[in-house]
Write a new protein. Structure first.
Length: 282
């Protein structure tokens, strides 16, 4: 009986090779085809020079020249709320307290505002959808006008739950969510956190928001410490965002024209007939 064991083992091995052999060959064909297609996918996924050029510069759109520290001071961006309503996560951005009112550190506001404007410019340059959101009634018309002038969108009414998290059910399949949401105030009209801040964080949508001393800046991607209820301050924020978006879109048009002209000139050079050696072209 022991002499038949190797025979049974060899027969089992032969059956295994017959059944597994075609699968191995097909698997090799699939892997070879996928490996051959990888360079094409990598080439397709490569970033075009039109979109890669702004990423090489720290301030490609020169947003630093749009405002100064004096502009923030004159717009009363440094004025916060009373000390009793201070949020504990806003303490690093507070310079001090005067007459029981918090004073915001404008040096930090300068840095955070430049970062927010720079990110907004990159989104607008890549033709992203930007949504302005605010629940403050006194600035509703100003925000809608600003969004219309720069070719973007605004939402200044009651925010219904599920506009972002349940958009496919409410609007249908294939709806495109905003690429950036800008808040001039992260609170609603009853001084509670705006629902859109939480929904944007759930949907992984970047946000830019002005956070006062009574706000929570943790869920904002690019927080801007500053006064959020002064008319002069809100007008300054909207003016800066509008100028930034318009500048980025104009820069996109200039770059597209430049690269199209460069491509056409390179094509004309390639299609021009070569002059044979030893002869002169007329």
């Amino acid at each position: 009986p022991r002499s038949h064991r190797p025979v049974r083992g060899s027969m089992a091995a032969a059956r295994l090779l017959r059944t597994v052999g075609p699968r191995l060959s097909s698997f090799r064909a699939v892997t070879s085809a996928s490996s051959a297609a990888r360079p094409q996918e990598q080439a397709a996924a490569a970033v075009s020079p039109l979109e890669e050029e702004p990423l090489r510069h720290a301030d490609f759109f020169r947003v630093k020249e749009l405002f100064s520290l004096r502009d923030l001071m004159e717009a009363r961006v440094h004025l916060g709320h009373k000390k009793g309503s201070r949020h504990r996560f806003m303490e690093p951005y507070i310079f001090g307290c005067r007459l029981d009112h918090d004073i915001i550190d404008l040096d930090q506001t300068m840095v955070h505002l430049q970062l927010a404007l720079n990110f907004t410019a990159h989104v607008a340059y890549r033709k992203g959808i930007i949504l302005f959101v605010s629940r403050q009634r006194q600035f509703a018309h100003l925000m809608e006008t600003t969004a219309q002038e720069c070719g973007e969108y605004a939402h200044t009414r009651y925010w219904q739950g599920g506009l972002l998290t349940n958009a496919e059910v409410q609007y249908g399949m294939g709806v495109r969510l905003p690429d950036l949401i800008i808040f001039t105030s992260t609170l609603n009209n009853v001084f509670e956190p705006h629902v859109a801040v939480r929904d944007a964080a759930k949907m992984n949508i970047p946000t830019v928001g002005v956070v006062d001393t009574n706000c929570n800046p943790t869920l904002i991607s690019y927080p801007i410490p500053g006064n959020d209820d002064s008319p002069t301050a809100v007008k300054l924020y909207l003016k800066l965002f509008k100028r930034t978006i318009i500048r980025a879109k104009d820069k996109r048009k200039q770059m597209e024209a430049f690269y199209s002209l460069q491509t056409s000139s390179a094509g004309n050079l390639n299609t021009q007939p070569e002059t044979p050696p030893g002869t002169t072209s007329i």
